[in-house]
Design a protein around this ligand. Sequence first.
Ligand code: TXA
Ligand code: MG
Length: 308
Amino acid sequence: MTAEVRRAAQILRAGGLVAFPTETVYGLGADAASEKAVARLYAVKGRPADHPVIIHFASPDQAFTWARQIPQGARELGQRFWPGPLTLILKRSAFAKDFVTGGQDTVGLRVPSHPVAQELLKAFSGAIAAPSANRFGRVSPTTAAHVREDLGKDVELVLEGGPSDVGIESTIVDLSGGAAVLLRPGAVSREQLEAIIPLTNGKSFVRHSGGLERHYAPRTPARLVPTHTLDKEIAALKDRVAVLAFSRPDERVDFWLRMPREPQPYAQRLYAALRELDSANCEQILVEAPPDTAEWAAVRDRLKRACS
Ligand code: TXA
Ligand code: MG
């Protein structure tokens, strides 16, 4: 274990905040059992107190101690996808206090796979409450530099772990109400989940900020444009525009970022790309819509929110 990780665990024990890498996005961590630490986390994040936060653990066994009812399907999902980019919503145990659940009777549990996250969780040995390490409503960070840009001196330590592999937030499945409901699509796909447990399309009644319409958004107004109208849109523009597209740059456009044609590498680059487009100081961002297929579901979800 590195000295840096030991120091991070000490900061958490003292009620401080540590940003750390996960395979999805960087998290802003606090001791999930400390009301004072979590209050500080919410203040720095600028998140309303009635929004719940995901709790991170080193192992599935530890994670399940924070739930009082563990359906067989939850165990199977944990076994198959943990450690990894999946969050399970279950009925909470007495460990999960109102200040991490937003006052709800459920708790969000995750076992991340990133080696630095794993080291930190083992060194701290408790549960770490961690939303994405950005201010409320902004694009999630996928590098340590993004975290420093957003949070600056408000966080005691930012652990370095390179760019996040997955690049978008974990898949969230709500199992607290009997049937399993997909709350947020992610790298663990609907198809992968359905190979283990049937999903219902029923509405979940838990509140979750990822469900807010405008979330994960750049400051510059962004618009999703179908491939077949992109050219026409560009020709009609008078404003300075930044474009995120699959094809080669167009010389009429001030700032152009070309994206991979495969969903996984696209997701990995997405948030860094939105930050770059935002800092190009254009009046508008145009985003070429990805294909309307199952494998692009998670990326399309984030793009829709960024463009609403
Ligand atoms: O990939 C991720 O999940 C990242 C990394 C850091 O682990 N974390 C993350 O956390 O995205 P956050 O807090 O930005 O988003 C968590 C989502 C929110 O929509 C939150 O409301 C929901 O999970 N959530 C957490 N606990 C919940 C609960 N008890 N019931 C319903 N939704 C919950
Ligand atoms: Mg977030």
